[in-house]
Every structure is written in structure tokens, then in C-alpha cells.
Design a protein around this ligand. Structure first.
Ligand code: NAD
Length: 263
């Protein structure tokens, strides 16, 4: 499958690490200019940004705004427009998690998770669409989650946001269906990212388990293949969604979860 994205601009939220960085590498490798976003060490981010520019010669811009705030989302979208004209491929990927029973869920965490995992996608989408509609081409991709389809206890804000994101995406897909713009969710199960890897030592200590027990009996308990999804597998699905072969794939929620949601 050839997916030349030369001349296109992709903005990927939360792309200084994990799945977002894998998207940025995949899209830059196919010739797209990329706008990366997220937090982290300044020098490490600049190194990643420069590395992205070596993949195909396309440009990479870092816009490190906090996407829990509407004015900062607007500033990020303006950075992209000022540098590249507009955004052809929008990947809403920035996300956070907090685990607590509903009656003890910290109010500030609830608000932050809904703001980042759900509201930010509304704001980036409304700001990206005019450019996509003018050009009669666009791709909107959400990193949703298996938790956009099923729930787990103690993750009420995350599950609410991801289910909301799935509904929002279907609505957008219908509204822009005649403009050459598609909108889809990618819903991974457990993906091997630094975030997941970093949980292992604490869980080993807390539960008195070996590394293998934590991976198989805790993290992969619900994933029938008993293997982690890789960030590169998720990014490859985004590349497919950007290709002409996927022009009629819209309003879909594509699971990459080792069979989790088949159960
Ligand atoms: P990660 O923690 O490695 O990456 C999260 C990114 O979001 C980072 O770049 C971080 O700096 C950025 N970010 C955090 N708060 C932000 C804010 N306020 N404004 C802007 N950027 C912010 O996590 P990941 O595992 O790569 O997750 C990426 C997405 O994939 C999330 O939406 C997550 O819900 C989803 N997801 C992850 C998994 C998994 O197992 N890792 C599974 C399903 C879905």
C-alpha cells in the first residue's frame, strides 16, 4: 500500500511520547509535515523534532500547548496554520488516566480527563474543518481505546470520555461525508508504551508479583492474545486511514486489542 502524504500536514496531539510519537514518525516517513505536541524535556523533544525532519525531508513543528485549556488549543491550531496553512490530517491522541471509585473520584481529575480526552478533540476538530472542507480532503483520527466500547471499574472519567469520543466521531463523519473528509476512531487495547512499562515495578512491589505475573495476570488479563499491541501497529492503522484505499472508511471504530472487545 502506497501512502504518499507529501504536501499534507498532520497535527498529532500528545506526540512527545508513546503512540503519538509513533504516529508522527509514520506520517513524517510518508512525507507529511508534522506538528507535534505534548509535554516533556525540551532538549529531548527538540531531538525528536529534528529526527522527524530526517525521515523524508518534510518539516516538523513543535507546539507544546496544554490542551486542557481552550485558548491554548486555539494557539496550537494557529501555530499550525501560520506555519503550514492548515491541518489536513488531525490525530487527537493526547490523553490521561486516573483510577478511583466514582464516589471518591477527585473533581479536578474528572474535569481534566474530560477536557483533555474529549473536549480537546471537539475544539481541534471545529478549528481544523474549514481548511479540510476548502481542500475537499481531510482525515480525522482519534486514539480512542477499548474503553470506548467496554468499561472497567474505577476508570469512570476515562471510559466516559472515550465513549463520548466515539459518538462525537460518528457525528463528525456524517456531517462531512460529502467533503472527502473521513473521521474514525482507532481503539487499542494495552499498548506497550513507556507509560505502561513504568507501571510494572510499582505493581510488582504492591502485589508481590514477578514481572511476568504483572504482565500476564494484571495488564494482559483481558487481552486474549496475551500480547501487547505495539505503538507501530497503531500507527500503521493510521497510515491506512490516510490512504486512498480507506476513502470509504468513515464513522468506524477500529479495534486493535488482541480480541479484548470480542469477549
Ligand atoms: P503517553 O503518556 O505515552 O502519551 C501521552 C501524551 O499526551 C504525551 O505526549 C503527553 O505529554 C501528552 N499530554 C498529556 N497531557 C497533556 C496536555 N494537557 N496537553 C497536551 N499534551 C498532553 O500515553 P500513550 O500510552 O501513548 O497514550 C496516547 C493515547 O492512547 C491516549 O489518548 C490514551 O488514552 C490512548 N490509549 C493508550 C493505551 C495504552 O495502553 N497505552 C491504550 C488505549 C488507548
Amino acid at each position: 500500500m502506497s501512502t504518499s502524504l507529501a504536501g499534507k500536514t498532520a497535527l498529532i496531539t500528545g506526540s512527545t511520547s508513546g503512540i503519538g510519537l509513533a504516529y508522527a514518525k509514520a506520517l513524517a516517513g510518508e512525507g507529511a509535515n508534522v506538528v507535534i505536541n505534548g509535554f516533556g524535556d525540551k532538549d529531548a523533544i527538540e531531538k525528536e523534532r529534528q529526527g522527524l525532519e530526517t525521515l523524508s525531508g518534510a518539516k516538523a513543528l513543535y507546539s507544546g500547548h496544554d490542551l486542557t485549556k481552550v485558548d491554548q488549543i486555539e494557539a496550537m491550531m494557529k501555530d499550525a496554520a501560520d506555519t503550514f496553512g492548515g491541518v489536513d490530517i488531525l490525530i487527537n491522541n493526547a490523553g490521561m488516566q486516573h483510577v478511583a471509585p466514582v464516589e471518591e473520584f477527585p473533581l479536578d481529575k474528572w474535569d481534566l480527563i474530560i477536557a483533555l480526552n474529549l473536549n480537546a478533540a471537539f475544539h481541534t476538530t471545529r478549528l481544523a474543518l474549514p481548511w479540510m472542507k476548502d481542500r475537499k480532503w481531510g482525515r480525522i483520527i482519534q486514539t480512542a481505546s477499548a474503553h470506548s466500547l467496554v468499561a472497567s471499574p474505577y476508570k469512570s472519567a476515562y471510559v466516559t470520555a472515550k465513549h463520548g469520543l466515539a459518538g462525537f466521531t460518528k457525528t463528525v463523519a456524517l456531517e462531512v461525508a460529502t467533503f472527502g473528509i473521513t473521521a474514525n476512531c482507532i481503539s487499542p487495547g494495552y499498548v506497550w508504551t513507556p507509560l505502561v512499562e513504568n507501571q510494572i515495578p510499582d505493581t510488582m512491589k504492591a502485589r508481590g508479583m514477578t514481572r511476568e505475573q504483572v504482565m500476564n495476570d494484571v495488564l494482559l488479563a483481558g487481552q486474549p492474545t496475551k500480547q501487547f499491541v505495539t505503538a507501530e501497529q497503531v500507527a500503521a492503522t493510521a497510515l491506512y486511514l490516510c490512504s486512498d484505499a480507506a476513502a470509504q472508511v468513515t464513522g468506524a471504530n477500529l479495534s486493535i486489542d488482541g480480541g479484548w472487545t470480542a469477549q
